[in-house]
Design a protein around this ligand. Structure first.
Ligand code: SF4
Ligand code: FES
Length: 193
């Protein structure tokens, strides 16, 4: 297991080669916002809020920090005008789905995102997949999954599994970045059907 030396926001950081940029940043207390990341789950790279700028060999580009592995001599910037603009746009899109999410509202404040920029879509789920992946990867139950596709995609509990597993677990609820109560409502609906 070899050590990689890189720079994040001007700070020299020593990381293990299997670490992502996000993990390396977190290991030295540098904050990068995330919505679909969880340390117990496989990297997913869906929400893109964690993008950062990397420069290597004189070339600078944007990468998704929760999936991008550290490299020797990588220079990482976790904030810049460009990054902030992209995060703002992502948040404005997500706030159209979940305008009342405290987590999204906090991030919106930080990045100057306007929650009314886009027409509201009647949904609370931002498709981060945390509940679905946690149930599958950590609990190994697959009691909750996505139904439909594209913007119509939403979570649904599988009644036959949920009726046996979910009431004593509910570990996915607090993971939801938009609304744990809505997740509970979807569960109750599934069990009542
Ligand atoms: S219900 Fe919440 S945790 Fe589950 S995918 Fe949607 S936003 Fe993510
Ligand atoms: S936290 Fe990295 S893409 Fe969602």
């Amino acid at each position: 297991m070899s050590e990689i030396l890189l720079q994040i926001d001007g700070k020299k950081v020593q990381a293990r080669e299997e670490m992502t940029i996000l993990e390396a940043a977190q290991s030295v207390g540098i904050f990068i916002p995330t919505l679909c990341h969880h340390e117990k789950l496989e990297p997913y790279g869906a929400c893109r809020i964690c993008i950062v700028e990397v420069t290597v060999g004189g070339r600078t580009r944007l990468v998704v920090s929760c999936v991008y592995l550290v490299e020797e001599n990588l220079v990482v910037r976790t904030r810049s005008e460009k990054i902030d603009k992209i995060r703002k746009a992502i948040l404005e899109l997500l706030l159209a789905h979940a305008p009342d999410s405290p987590k999204l509202q906090d991030l919106a404040k930080e990045y100057g995102a306007d929650k009314d920029r886009f027409e509201k879509e009647a949904s609370f789920c931002i498709h981060c997949g945390l509940c679905v992946r946690y149930c599958a990867e950590v609990k190994k139950k697959n009691a909750v999954g996505f139904i439909d596709r594209g913007i119509r995609k939403e979570i649904s509990f599988i009644p036959e599994i949920a009726s046996k597993e979910c009431w004593d677990c509910k570990e996915c609820f607090p993971l939801c970045p938009t609304s744990a109560l809505q997740a509970a409502y979807v569960l109750i609906e599934a069990l009542a059907s």
